[in-house]
Design a protein around this ligand. Structure first.
Ligand code: GLA
Length: 389
């Protein structure tokens, strides 16, 4: 059964009758530009063909009833007539609660009650933004049900606010923007200062492969938030608000006298921002060789300077880059400390890559990686006619 069907069936069973609508919002994989978003820089994600589906129907009271079909039909219920509490433990429901609170504030409207059934197929903890796709899907459902005057960017911002206030992760805006604004067959060059997205067409004969390492990113908010604090401290050295205001050409001169750790963090961010712009250019030119170099350099920088990789992931990246050779590249993607590797290569190279990973990689528990050839999807939208996939 597809996630769409599971959401529908769950809705029918628990709320009786049909939902008014079903929406879908995708997960994302970032090609390059890691930890640049909250430093005011650029990143280059694509929305993927995995996502979260929300079946929704308005109620005639202020109650919100939420059913998480994939979590053994776990339920949450709260009222929009009073301030919405954050649940004390990190809990899937906090993402939903957070979006209600943030979106209500954004559109200056009291949001009425609603019944929601949620299902998805973004693997959790795989660095593919299952939480952002949940937030954006809930926002999109509310926008359509109540005809809210909210742009896709506002939905993204509401999702980010939910992470900050209800999930305890001081994330940037990349994941939510990719989920809300994604464009089929295009990467999105995001400028995280102006909050604008420029679609970059992807050549039809390139493959984007997500390799889920099966090393789950769990409880990494503290490390993520620590890196973010270190970036703020490093920015103070340069007398700027955000690290990406430092131009790469000036970095060597301006970084003289920095403490070694702050220097490494800043060097990653400033270099990564420059690599991201070059990568967008390379994609535009159909230049897979340059893109591959940039992706390899990005991984080295995440490993050595930002220190968010792990030895088995480094080995998997090295193995993948060995098979791919000069045309294309692979790197750790997303928030780090587990999750997925992304590879870009010619489509006809995918079987060899998948075979090499099957032979050469096991996670620390002895399990195989999941290799997924992605198609690049559009952002949040109606899921289509009811009952179809
Ligand atoms: C996570 C965050 C994003 C971004 C990436 C790293 O996915 O949610 O905002 O910072 O990590 O690039």
């Amino acid at each position: 059964m597809t996630a769409h069907e599971r959401a529908l069936r769950g809705f029918n069973k628990h709320f009786s009758g049909d939902p008014t609508l079903v929406v879908r919002a995708p997960g994302r994989v970032n090609l390059i530009g890691e930890f640049t978003d909250y430093n005011g820089g650029h990143c280059l994600p694509v929305a993927i063909d995995r996502g979260t589906w929300v079946a929704a129907r308005a109620r005639d009271d202020d109650r919100v009833q939420v059913l998480a079909v994939d979590l053994d039909d776990a339920r949450d219920s709260f009222s929009t007539a009073i301030p919405i509490d954050r649940l004390p433990v990190l809990h899937w429901a906090n993402y939903v609660r957070g979006v209600f609170a943030a979106l209500g504030r954004q559109v200056h409207r009291h949001l009425p009650g609603v019944d929601l059934a949620i299902s998805g197929d973004v693997p959790r903890g795989a660095g593919l933004s299952s939480s952002a796709s949940l937030e954006v899907a809930v926002g999109e459902a509310l926008r359509r049900l109540f005809d809210l005057d909210a742009t896709p960017l506002q939905l993204a911002l509401a999702g980010q606010q939910a992470e900050h206030d209800y999930a305890g992760c001081q994330c940037g805006i990349m994941d939510q923007m990719a989920s809300a604004l994604g464009k089929a067959n295009h990467a999105l060059l995001l400028n995280c200062t102006s909050l604008t997205a420029t679609p970059v067409p992807l050549p039809a004969d390139w493959a984007i492969v997500v390799i889920d390492t099966r090393i789950t990113r769990g409880l990494v908010e503290s490390a993520y938030n620590e890196r973010r604090r270190q970036c703020v401290e490093a920015a103070a050295h340069f007398n700027v608000n955000l690290l990406c205001e430092v131009v790469e050409a000036d970095f060597a001169t301006r970084s003289v006298g920095m403490a070694p750790l702050a220097l490494r963090r800043a060097r990653h961010v400033v270099g990564e921002d420059a690599r991201t712009l070059q990568a967008a250019h390379a994609i535009g030119n159909g230049d897979l060789v340059s893109l591959g170099h940039l992706m390899r350099a990005s991984h080295r920088s995440m490993r050595d300077d930002f220190e968010v990789s792990l030895p088995p992931i480094d080995a998997l990246v090295e193995l993948s880059n060995g098979v791919i050779g000069d045309t294309g590249g692979a790197r750790l993607t997303g928030g780090g400390f587990g999750g997925s590797v992304v590879a870009v290569l010619p489509k006809d190279g995918v079987p060899d890559l998948a075979c090499a990973i099957k032979l050469g990689y096991r996670n620390p528990s002895g399990e195989l990686a999941h290799v997924h050839l992605c198609s690049v999807a559009a952002g949040a939208n109606l899921a289509g006619a009811l009952g179809t996939g």
